[in-house]
Design a protein. Structure first.
Length: 319
């Protein structure tokens, strides 16, 4: 069997001329000593369909070179290259974070689209790398009663009273707080997320009471004294004793509108990331503060696109 040889530029010029003369694909193939299917595919693939439908040999040649170049470029990445990429994927980094971070380190890396293709190809052949991708299928419950009565406390500061500079994310010291619950046990966690850097702290709670929450939040604040100016919470009853925290720490609490999750977008996004480590419906009874700290450390060491692929830890500590 003869090995297939790509069409040359001279052949493409002759094809264009013969077609202009009115010859059929079969006749052109006969003139060039090629199979008629080769000629048909060439005209179909490289004609300028979006302009006038004509076949231009110079443009066809450029398209062929570009396709060949892309193919060679992708082949440059070896199994060793993807072994490094897989190490970061297993830390639950997204393909975009992996690609951006490696590029920032000056390392040769495929695009995040190529990494996604690698993951799905791996899945097709029975691999499990896809399991490390973030899954964010979230069920939303219907809100039947628009007159919400949760967290109606006297003197509670509304989010509209919060300093406008907080919205810009230009300054550190402004945090969002939330709890993530488990349906399988009363154990839960509290998450505190710094808006500018994305730096996170996670605390284990034995239950969702104000007493448990206040003790743990105070312990987390004391890890970075002076780093807290404001904290924005939702209207959950676990935050009802927020004044006890304000009395001990130099921080002001603000409260978002009920069911306006976008007003605490940083924390809502964070809680979705945490579900990679603590799947929805799983029990938190065996979760310890050490486990929470390890999860927080991994999240704080993930490069972020909005930071030019620096990590939240880099931004928070000014590295």
């Amino acid at each position: 069997m003869n090995k297939y040889v790509q069409l040359t530029q001279d052949e493409r010029v002759l094809m264009s001329y013969l077609r202009w003369q009115g010859l059929s694909y079969a006749k052109i193939a006969e003139q060039l000593g090629r199979h008629r299917s080769t000629i048909y595919r060439e005209f179909k693939r490289n004609s300028c369909h979006h302009i006038d439908g004509a076949y231009r040999p110079s443009k066809a040649q450029r398209r062929t070179r570009a396709r060949r170049s892309r193919s060679r470029r992708n082949a440059q990445f070896t199994s060793a290259d993807f072994a490094l990429i897989c190490q970061y994927l297993k830390q639950k980094w997204s393909p975009e974070q992996v690609s951006g971070y490696l590029r920032r380190q000056g390392l040769r890396t495929p695009s995040y689209e190529t990494i996604y293709r690698y993951i799905w190809n791996d899945k097709f052949y029975g691999g499990e790398m896809y399991k490390y991708l973030r899954q964010s299928i979230k069920k939303r419950r219907k809100r039947h009663n628009s007159n919400d009565s949760r967290g109606r406390l006297a003197d509670k500061r509304h989010i509209s009273e919060r300093p406008k500079a907080v919205e810009t994310r230009r300054y550190k010291g402004h945090w969002e707080i939330d709890t993530v619950v488990s349906r399988a046990s009363k154990d839960c966690i509290v998450t505190i997320n710094e808006r500018k850097s994305g730096f996170v702290m996670i605390g284990k709670l034995k239950d969702r009471t104000t007493d448990s929450l206040n003790k743990r939040v105070s312990m987390l604040i004391e890890r970075n004294p002076g780093a807290f100016k404001t904290i924005t919470a939702d209207n959950g009853t676990e935050f009802n004793q927020y004044k006890a925290i304000e009395a001990v720490h130099d921080v002001d609490f603000y409260f978002a509108n009920p069911y306006h999750s976008w007003e605490r977008g940083s924390n809502e996004n964070l809680n979705g990331l945490i579900r990679q480590y603590i799947p929805r419906g799983s029990s938190m009874a065996s979760l310890t503060q050490q486990h929470c700290d390890r999860i927080a450390n991994q999240l704080n060491q993930r490069p972020r696109k909005r930071h030019g692929y620096k990590t939240p830890e880099d931004i928070f500590y000014g590295i």
